[in-house]
Design a protein around this ligand. Structure first.
Ligand code: ADP
Length: 754
């Protein structure tokens, strides 16, 4: 190449030029041919290499215009200075003080025959040997897209033909570039659409934050930014920004997190707007972590209205990112931000739900016991299980004083005594009196514990039922700041449940005491009953013999067996005999009542038909004497019933005697024994004086007598019907009555067959 500079003769130059034209034409062909299927970068590099090699120039370069920045940016170069220039991100301002700046602005070719004297020449120290230069516009129709710049070590090295040939090449190159650009744009758009579609699908389908971020990083990383690309998110208190593990790094970088206000990322988070750096060294905010990085694009991820993270990408080439990149990542960040918001809301809901469920399960344990001591242990146990606390105390409060209930330590189990006795102005009393929770996240710095050397955190929670404070639970942890807001909420819920359980257990203990008192009273009552029965039994036992002696002699006297009596004597003795008989009946009734009460009865199967016939046989004479008509209807072949014969006999007899007593002369009494279903009914119907409705409810009570003339006349103590009822019930039967004053009464006993 240097030989061209040294050529002394004009003839030799002219011959060389001839050859140059031929070669130029060839180059033009090749360039045109190359337009079809190369990428822009390849195409540019091919063109500058061809021109430099075949035409033997010192420096051949192509600049492309970047409308956004207003610069012509060096894209391909063939010269010794080439690699350095590219690494610098060499660029010249459109319209600026340079040949390229001029051509880029005007679209006119420009030749500098001697750069030493050219005002417009931009002296580049890397291109010190340049003597002459030609810059030609790359134009499509009237649009300037770039500049072809050729420099020579020889002064005045470009003639008319050179200009023509190079301009032809420039035109062809421009068309090729335009085609390649269109093609690349299309390709890129397609790829971006694919990426956006995949990102949207992932955002809709993945329900886990880390998985989603990993997937999105992978989608974009595979398609577009293979290195130095990824997502960073702020931590909970937003002080740090953490590199997601899926971040794709070119070099191994130690740091996983940075202060969230540092560097370009910090700026993007602050501003909530993307930052696109063509040259990172130009931005004072840039933290130089990797010296190879030349350009950066960082867009914010907005979650719920706040920038909570960024999508970041860097490149070792300057100018690596365009506004199209920015648009793409902004769209991705928008989709991702909404998806992350949805996922976070879901996660919060799930966590809440899990907490509530844990409290519910814990509270469920409370129902396992009503025994107060056990319940205290269950409550403390569940409290430690639900939290990170190291110990928990429970005190009861009666409105004035706190009394120790129980204490549980994670390390040592249950304690008989509290770790500290509640002080009047201490945590527990303050909570008990106010009914309000107190949270002390650091005991060291709290005035309540100024005189103690205690560390850690403690909460006092009231156990409340409505307005009433039943107790206080203190939950403590050896670490300060131990209780999260969620934990405090859960503890509050648990305490409410514990209060209810404690109140129930107390009620239960109270009712247990009441029941015990009642049982005691009942036992006493039974003892009294037993004594009463004993007393009546012994009294009636004592009375029975003398009365039967009296009755025996009275009947002998009355019957004239002991000699004739005068009328007065006769009257007196028959009163004695009648009263003695009544007394005997009274004793019999008493005995039977006591027997049915005490349950001492001999059961047998009884033929009621036969029993009734027997009774009627005995009593018939009394009815005839009283001028009463006695009729009967006794079903035959009735089954026997289980029962105590003497008791049933006395019951029937009492009903018959009452009918006899309370039916005036010439009246009638009808007796029936019938079966319906599994019952046999004994019925006595009289046409006697009847019973007032107001008395009907009471006549089966003990010692109840209807006040009227005939009862006074007839005697009796009001035990007959109560015996009937008691016996019927002892036989699992029942009694009944229907009556109308002046018309008569119907009494019946119904007894089960089985
Ligand atoms: P007492 O043995 O004193 O008669 P009861 O228990 O047999 O006592 O009867 C209670 C009361 O029921 C009697 O005082 C009487 O007034 C009333 N009474 C019972 N049976 C009849 C009846 N068949 N007709 C009218 N009153 C009756």
């Amino acid at each position: 190449m240097s030989s061209t500079i040294d050529l002394p003769e004009g003839a030799a130059e002219s011959r060389d030029r001839r050859q140059r034209f031929d070669r130029l034409l060839a180059v033009a062909e090749i360039a045109r041919d190359a337009t079809a299927r190369r990428s822009i970068n390849e195409l540019l590099q091919l063109a500058v290499n061809l021109i430099q090699e075949r035409l033997d120039f010192y420096h051949v370069a192509i600049y492309l215009l970047e409308e956004a920045s207003g610069y012509a940016i060096l894209r391909a170069v063939a010269s010794p200075a080439g690699p350095n220039l590219l690494a610098q991100g060499h660029r010249l301002q459109v319209g600026g003080q340079s040949m390229i700046g001029f051509v880029a602005e005007t679209g006119l070719p420009r030749i500098s025959e001697d750069v030493a004297t050219d005002q417009m020449y931009f002296k580049n120290p890397l291109l010190a040997e340049t003597r002459s230069e030609i810059s030609l516009p790359l134009k499509v129709i009237e649009r300037i897209i770039g500049v072809l710049d050729v420099q020579s070590r020889v002064e005045n090295d470009f003639d008319f033909e050179d200009v023509r040939t190079l301009q032809t090449m420039a035109d062809q190159l421009a068309i090729a570039l335009e085609n390649a650009q269109l093609f690349e744009d299309d390709q890129r758009k397609l790829r971006e659409l694919g990426v956006l579609n995949e990102v949207a699908t992932a955002c809709a389908q993945i329900d886990h934050e880390d998985l989603l971020i990993e997937q999105v990083t992978q989608i974009i990383g595979q398609a577009i930014y293979t290195h130095n690309f990824g997502i960073l998110l702020m931590n909970a208190d937003r002080k740090l920004i953490l590199k997601h593990p899926s971040y794709r790094m070119r070099i191994h970088e130690q740091a996983e997190s940075y202060p969230s206000d540092a560097g370009i990322v910090g700026k993007v988070l602050r501003q909530g707007r993307p930052v696109l750096l063509a040259d990172v060294s130009q931005d004072p905010d840039y933290l130089n972590i990797d010296p190879d990085i030349k350009s950066e694009l960082c867009v914010p991820i907005i979650i719920g209205g706040t920038a909570m993270g960024v999508i970041n990408t860097e490149n070792s080439e300057p100018n690596a990112f365009t506004t199209a990149d920015e648009q793409l990542l902004t769209t991705v960040a928008g989709t991702l931000g909404s998806a992350l918001q949805r996922i976070r809301i879901h996660a919060t809901e799930r966590r809440r739900h899990a907490e509530l469920e844990a409290v519910r399960q814990a509270a469920l344990q409370f129902t396992s016991t009503l025994e107060l001591d056990t319940l205290l242990k269950v409550i403390l146990n569940q409290t430690l299980q639900l939290t990170t606390a190291d110990n928990a105390h429970l005190f009861f409060y009666d409105g004035v004083r706190l009394t120790f209930g129980a204490a549980l330590f994670r390390e040592t189990g249950f304690h008989e005594k509290p770790l500290f006795e509640p002080r009047q102005d201490g945590l527990s009393y303050t909570v008990a009196r106010s009914g309000q929770r107190i949270v002390i996240q650091d005991m060291r710095s709290h005035q309540m514990y100024a005189d103690k050397n205690w560390e850690g955190s403690i909460i006092g929670i009231p156990l409340r039922l409505g307005d009433q404070v039943l107790g206080v639970m203190n939950v403590a942890c050896n670490q300060p700041q131990a209780f999260s807001e969620d934990e405090l909420n859960s503890l509050g819920l648990l305490a409410d449940q514990a209060a209810i359980a404690l109140a129930n257990a107390r009620l239960f203990e109270e009712s247990l005491h009441k029941a015990q008192a009642l049982a005691q009273a009942y036992a006493q009552q039974q003892e009294f009953d037993r004594m009463k029965v004993n007393f009546i039994q012994s009294v009636s036992g004592e009375l029975r013999t003398p009365i039967s002696v009296i009755l025996g002699y009275a009947e002998l006297l009355d019957g004239g067996d002991l000699g004739e009596l005068n009328t007065d004597q006769q009257d007196a003795i028959s009163v004695i005999a009648r009263r003695a008989r009544l007394l005997t009946k009274l004793l019999d009734n008493l005995t039977i009542i006591l027997e049915t009460e005490s349950g001492e009865m001999r059961w047998e199967r009884i033929d009621l038909g036969e029993l009734v016939e027997e009774l009627l046989g005995e009593i018939r004479r009394d009815f005839t004497q009283a001028h009463l008509k006695l009729t009967k209807r006794l079903e035959i072949g009735l089954p026997r019933v289980p029962g105590v014969r003497s008791h049933l006999r006395r019951s029937f007899e009492n009903l018959l005697n009452n009918a006899l007593k309370f039916t005036p002369d010439e009246g009638s009494v009808h007796v029936e024994l019938t079966r319906a279903d599994n019952y046999i009914t004994f019925l006595v119907k009289d046409s006697g004086i009847g019973i007032a409705a107001s008395d009907l409810d009471h006549i089966f009570e003990r010692f109840y007598q209807v006040e009227n003339a005939s009862t006074r006349r007839m005697g009796g103590v009001g035990l007959g019907l109560s015996l009937v009822k008691q016996v019927a019930e002892a036989h699992r039967g029942m009694v009944g009555v229907e009556s109308e004053p002046g018309k008569g009464s119907t009494f019946w006993i119904r007894l089960p067959i089985e």
